[in-house]
Design a protein around this ligand. Structure first.
Ligand SMILES: [Zn+2]
Length: 177
């Protein structure tokens, strides 16, 4: 059974007790909008928009979807901060910490990639979204072609080649004299 849930605004936590009682294959879909999500110290994703689907599977809940927005990043050349848009499809696995019917604690998953649904059956999407957005950002962001920080002491590869040709040319010239 697929059920459309109310959209989440500026909240990443939802109670999944009902879905955990559903048979394997049951899904819930909704959208999420966050004005701001902290990624790291001094770094935030803004205007986070995500389409989310939750699917009940044997061991817990699979989350998949698509997320887009902008995040502040630092240019590796000029060190100025700028807004970097991102878009990513993702999925993640959440496991309950207690059995929803009996209240009996469940064994913690051994897999580090698995997220935990807390003992109140609340699933927090923030750690998954944070991970996905950080991975979607470039490793070495550059602010643009107009970047002012193009330092002469770090010449582009072409310039290095030109320099070598210049030396070769000098040598050749000397040889012909
Ligand atoms: Zn720059």
């Amino acid at each position: 059974m697929d059920l459309r849930l109310p959209n989440l605004a500026n909240d990443t936590v939802l109670n999944v007790a009902q879905l955990l009682k559903q048979p394997v294959g049951a899904t819930r879909t909704f959208q999420i909008h966050l004005q701001r999500l902290t990624l790291d110290e001094g770094q935030w994703a803004r205007d986070v928009e995500a389409n989310i689907r939750l699917t009940r599977f044997e061991a817990g809940i699979l989350v998949d979807g698509e997320v887009a927005g902008v995040a502040n990043v630092q240019c590796v050349r000029c060190l100025n901060e700028f807004d970097q848009p991102y878009r990513s499809v993702f999925d993640g696995e959440f496991r309950p910490s207690v059995d929803v019917r009996t209240g009996v604690p469940m064994a913690a998953p051994e897999d580090d990639d698995v997220f935990i649904i807390d003992h109140n059956h609340e699933l927090d999407l923030a750690p998954l979204l944070r991970q996905v957005i950080i991975l979607a950002l470039p490793m070495r962001p550059v602010c643009g072609e107009q970047c002012a920080g193009f330092q002469p002491e770090f010449p582009a590869a072409e310039d290095e080649v030109d320099d070598r040709f210049a030396v070769l040319r000098t040598l050749l010239d000397e040889g012909t004299e």
